[in-house]
Each structure stands twice: as C-alpha cells, then as structure tokens.
Ligand binder design. Structure first.
Ligand code: NAD
Ligand code: ZN
Length: 364
C-alpha cells in the first residue's frame, strides 16, 4: 500500500492506494480518530461488487453504517437526487460529527462530496473511488458538485475529503470501455509531468489493459501523485498550475459538445491530446517524433486519435470551444507539449491554425 499526502487550506489528507485498501476503511477511520457513524453513498454496480467488504471493515472497527444507492449514470448528479440524499441523512439521524463515504465513480464522488460539504454546513467526507477515472483524477483535489439543467458542474464547492481510498482491486469489475477510456487521463499525466509514467505505458500497455495488479498500482500511484502535487500548490485554480491538468481538454470539450456528450470523456481527451500535439508541432514547439510516440501509445491503449469526418466539423468544434470561453470572458488557452513530461500554456494561437489542425486530424 502507498500513501500520498495532499495539502489543502482546510486540512491535509492522505490517499491510500493499493490492492484491498477499501477493506481497510474501518482501520483508516480509526487512524483519523473518527468516532461517528458512516453514510455510504453508492450505486448499484459498485455496491454489488464492493460494498460488503467496506461494511465488514467498518463493522469490525465498531462503526455503525447505512448504505444509500443513487441511480446509475451522470443523471445522479442532480438537485433531485441530492434532495433524496439530504432526506436520507436526516431520516437516519446523521449529525455534524458523522461522515459520508462515497463508494463509486466520479459521479458518486462529486455528488457525495457536495452533499457532505453542504449537509448541516459540512460533515466529514471520504472518497473511495471505484473507477480508474476516480482514482487518478476526480477523487483528488476537492472539487465537488452537481449538474443543473443549464449545464454540467454548475453548482458545487471546493471541499477536501478527509481521506481518499483507492483500492486497485475494485477495478477488476470495471467495464472494459470505462477502463480503456480512463487511460487517456493517465497518458495526460505522463505528457504533462512524468516521463517514466509515459514510458511505463509504452512498455506495458497490454498488461495495463489486462489490469495487472502491479501495473494498476503503479499507474494510480503515479497519476494520483501528480494530481496531488498540482492541487496542493494550486488548490483553487488561482495560480495557474492547475491549468496544466487541462492538457487535451480544450479541444476535448469541443468534441464532447459537438457530439452531444455521446462519447467517453477519455476518448474526447485522447483526440484532444492528439490535436494539441499536432498544434505544438505546427507551432514549431515539439519534435514530430514525440507526437508520433504519443499517437502510438494512445492507439495501443485502444484510444481514438483520428476525428470521424461525418461526426466533426472543424468550424463547429472551434465554435463550441469558444462558447466555453465567452462565458468566462477569456481567450482560448492551450496546454501544449514541449517534450514528454513538460507542457506550457499558450494564449496566442490563431484560431485559423486551430481549425487547420482539427481538419488535419480528420474533421471536415
Ligand atoms: N471532481 C473532479 O475533480 C472531477 C474530475 C473529473 C471528472 N469528474 C466527474 O466524474 C464523473 C465521471 O466519473 P466516472 O468516469 O468514474 O463515471 P461514473 O461514476 O459514471 O462510473 C462509470 C460507470 O461505472 C460503474 N462503476 C463504478 N465503479 C465500478 C466498479 N468498480 N465495477 C463496475 N462498475 C463500476 C458506475 O456505476 C457507472 O455505471 C463526471 O460526472 C465528471 O464530471 C470530476
Ligand atoms: Zn478529464
């Protein structure tokens, strides 16, 4: 088991990574000196496979617990479902001294974190992420929230967990497409900060997809370590560093929007990183050989690198990217690679070049 420490303005917390750490939930809460009861927020699939172990561990440590399931999918991040969570917390007599533990993917984590941040003005929160995306990304950094009818993640709070439990064993039951798509974020960490992680993916992509326990633990530990470092230094996205986590995402959000959100986030990020590298080569900032290495590793992980002509129109994608920015009254900012493990942020890219690059990647 590995431990990673994260700083935040409220309190520091640790991330436990390893095989079987969800079965150490009770012990972990004891080590924090926690004494209340535990509300486990979950969904059908993670509950079916992984709830019993968590409950057993809490019981063994003497913690009373109740489990509450929310519907599957992104629609659980809604005001309506949140209202149900508050009602259940009240009905079960949860108080300020108690704790909410999210057992699920990014959806359960975001919803659970926001419920914990706001119920009785804040109760303790533990994030036990059960998807690769949750373990490498969403469970770290304190962003919580729900969607509104007007758009995604429009209501929320920065609210750090007291503990993150990333049990790599629970990834065994994750559907293959979810696993594959989430590797895009791992490639992202390699490109922005970690040449060794990138090299690991080049060498071990097959075993990574076959969920070798050793590789999963390495992948999660390294990725979580990078995100932990970045958010420890730039908790509220005010110092600029957190921006580098958006590598591949400026383009990616454009693709997601144009597709009507009918694609995996990871697939959009993969396409976005392919475009960002192409753009960096066109700007003369990146060795074309590095672009090829990134393309190769994305392909080997089963991630898309070419835009379907039928699906994507370059002008519409750029329009979607700009729309995001209009709301924040800013300019399009691109995180561009300079080499493997190093990126830079640029605000001076001509839109005509952005459009050219999207066409070069296959769009019409
Ligand atoms: N807070 C942040 O910083 C942050 C960062 C990135 C993404 N997010 C959010 O995360 C969400 C996406 O998260 P996600 O990709 O984990 O999707 P998800 O939570 O919807 O999980 C994907 C699917 O896998 C199922 N599942 C979860 N764990 C499982 C397991 N171990 N075995 C079998 N099935 C399992 C879920 O029930 C669901 O059907 C989005 O809402 C996004 O906005 C938040
Ligand atoms: Zn992402």
């Amino acid at each position: 088991m590995k431990k990673i420490n994260v700083k935040s303005s409220r309190h520091p917390y640790s991330i436990w990574v390893g095989k079987g750490v969800s079965g150490m939930a009770g012990k972990a809460l004891k080590s924090l000196g926690f004494e209340g009861k535990v509300f486990i927020l979950t969904q059908r699939k993670p509950a079916k496979h992984h709830l019993a172990k968590v409950v057993r561990s809490l019981k063994a440590a003497g913690y009373p617990g109740v489990a509450y399931e929310v519907p599957d999918g992104e629609k659980a991040k809604s005001l309506e479902v949140l209202r149900g969570v508050y009602a259940a917390l009240l009905a079960k007599g949860f108080e300020r001294r108690d704790l909410l533990l999210a057992l699920g993917g990014g959806v359960v984590g975001d919803l659970g974190g926001f419920a914990a941040a706001t119920y009785l003005r804040g109760i303790k929160f533990v994030n036990a992420g059960t998807t690769l995306l949750a373990q490498v990304d969403s469970s770290i950094g304190g962003k919580t929230g729900i969607n509104l009818a007007e758009g995604k993640n429009l209501a929320g709070a920065f609210y750090p967990p007291s503990l993150v439990l990333s049990d790599t064993q629970v990834l065994e039951t994750l559907p293959e497409p979810e696993l594959r798509a989430s590797y895009a974020e791992v490639v992202k960490y390699g490109m922005i900060r970690d040449r060794q992680l990138f090299a690991l993916l080049e060498r071990e992509n097959e075993r990574a997809l076959l969920r070798s326990p050793r590789i999963l633990e390495d992948v999660v530990t390294r990725s979580a370590g990078i995100k932990a470092g970045v958010v420890s230094r730039d908790e509220f996205e005010t110092r600029g560093e957190r921006m580098i986590l958006n590598y591949g995402h400026t383009f990616g959000h454009g693709f997601e929007k144009v597709s009507g959100y009918r694609m995996f986030h990871g697939d959009a990020v993969s396409l976005g990183m392919a475009c960002a590298a192409r753009l960096a080569v066109r700007m003369g900032m990146l060795d074309p050989f590095v672009e090829l290495r990134q393309l190769a590793v994305l392909r080997k992980l089963g991630l898309p690198v070419l835009l379907e002509r039928k699906r994507f129109d370059a002008a519409r994608v750029v329009g979607a990217m700009m729309h995001d920015k209009k709301k924040s009254a800013g300019k399009l900012r691109f995180v561009l690679p300079e080499s493997i493990g190093s990126v830079t942020v640029r605000q001076d890219i001509p839109l005509s070049l952005v459009k050219d690059v999207i066409r070069e990647m296959g769009a019409r």
